[in-house]
Design a protein around this ligand. Structure first.
Ligand code: NAD
Ligand code: AHE
Ligand code: ZN
Length: 376
């Protein structure tokens, strides 16, 4: 198939707010510095549902969504040296070119090389590799994993250990890495610290896992869904608080301050709710508490707090993909998984085929799903 167009199944989002359609699409061969991947498994993340809903200011249609995928390199374009045909890979929505200002700064995992075209839903040369019914389909987050084949830039893919099962490594393409990395890289939670995590989905539970690894003393999970209490403890939380069950007049901020003798050393928003983000900041300890925004909020939403909160030493920050540089660091996370040090299997609550993707979206919106993995 090298150099040839492949026809395969993909889930196409024709327009915002409508279910996806399983279509036969054409996937063009990779051009220079591009890689065509046979996607074996993909997770479904809330960010896919967010863009499909029409609330993402960067959302454009028709598009092939999906950004949590693992597969095998089918063919490579001219000049590709970092992966070869047959490699087991994970797609990276946060690429790593290793040569731009961002990559060289040592201060961020964000890469500037292809961000503009990625945001527009096209390959770095400004064109698409997907066609359906005579029209071009857009790419998504530089990955488009809801397809049996996809084409990505060579900086948007990393080869990982082939012994790691791809139905697990796909989840390292977003949710797990995001939360685990936020605790370990972005916050760099210190031993003995008090941590609160708002939202116990795949991302929040991965923050819990990272906080455990860092030796946090108190790991408080806050979630409005009571069934998340069991999940929180399973991943190593020490406490669970349901903010809807507090006594009249007590806020979640009051409760966390009381539980931690003045406030948390680190808090994490893993909900995407701007009201929660404010509470997470205000539940931080005066003088040094840091709040990390991970959740993605809809277009038009803004965060606010009294500036006094920052004047008195609280720090507000955020991260994408857990601050992890995908090409340099993802194999280490896969290694941790293989060594039994990083839980991944535990996150998979549902399995479906790619053709059942709309059911997977419905399941994700119900409270008992941590991650649905699709077999492509
Ligand atoms: P999820 O829906 O599985 O989990 C969110 C949890 O938050 C749920 O358990 C829900 O009950 C809880 N929740 C909702 N409202 C709450 C409230 N007011 N107080 C406390 N808990 C509340 O989602 P997820 O897949 O874990 O993703 C979490 C967020 O992170 C999403 O917004 C997603 O888009 C975003 N995300 C960001 C990045 C990044 O790189 N920054 C990466 C992946 C996901
Ligand atoms: N397009 C949205 C922003 C979406 C967003 O913040 N995406 C995160 C990853 S979420 C993964 O589930 C991200 O990587 N952000 C950094 C970046 O460069 O996009 C909007 O609001 O415009
Ligand atoms: Zn995601």
């Amino acid at each position: 198939t090298v150099g040839k167009t492949i026809t395969c199944k993909a889930a196409v989002a024709w327009e915002a707010g409508k279910p996806l359609s399983i279509e036969d699409i054409e996937v063009l061969p990779p051009r220079a510095h591009e890689v065509r991947i046979q996607i074996k498994y993909t997770g479904v993340c809330h960010t896919d549902a967010y863009t499909l809903s029409g609330k993402d200011p960067e959302g454009a249609f028709p598009v092939v969504l999906g950004h949590e995928g693992a597969g095998i390199v089918e063919s490579i374009g001219e000049g590709v040296t970092s992966v070869k045909v047959g490699d087991h890979v994970v797609a990276l929505y946060t690429p790593e070119c290793k040569e731009c200002k961002f990559c060289k700064s040592g201060k961020t995992n964000l890469c500037g090389k292809i961000r503009a075209t990625q945001g527009k839903g096209v390959m770095p040369d400004g064109t698409s590799r997907f066609k359906c019914k005579g029209q071009d389909l857009l790419h998504f987050m530089g990955t488009s994993t809801f397809s049996q084949y996809t084409v990505v830039a060579d900086i948007s893919v990393v080869a990982v250990q082939p012994e790691a099962p791809m139905d697990r490594t796909c989840l390292l393409g977003c949710g797990i890495t995001t939360g685990y990395g936020a605790a370990r890289n972005t916050a760099n939670v210190e031993k003995g610290s008090n941590v609160a995590i708002f939202g116990a989905g795949c991302v929040g539970l991965s923050v819990v896992q990272g906080a455990v690894e860092q030796g946090a003393a108190k790991i408080i999970v806050v979630d409005v869904n009571p069934t998340k209490e069991e999940w929180a403890f399973k991943f190593g939380a020490t406490d669970f608080v349901n903010p809807t069950k507090l006594p009249e007049g007590q806020t979640i901020v009051d409760k966390l301050i009381e539980m931690t003798d003045g406030g948390c050393d680190y808090t994490f928003d893993c909900t995407g709710n701007v009201g929660v983000m404010r509470a997470a900041l205000e539940a931080c300890h005066k003088g040094w508490g840091q709040s990390i925004v991970i959740g993605v909020a809809a277009a038009g939403q803004e965060i606010s707090t009294r500036p006094f909160q920052l004047v008195t030493g609280r720090v507000w920050k955020g991260c994408a993909f857990g601050g992890v540089k995908g090409r340099s660091q993802l194999p280490n996370l896969v290694g941790d998984y293989l060594a039994g040090k990083l839980k991944v299997d535990e996150f998979i609550t549902h399995r479906k085929n790619l053709t059942e993707i709309n059911e997977a979206f419905d399941i994700m919106k119900q409270g008992d799903c941590i991650r649905a993995v699709l077999d492509c």
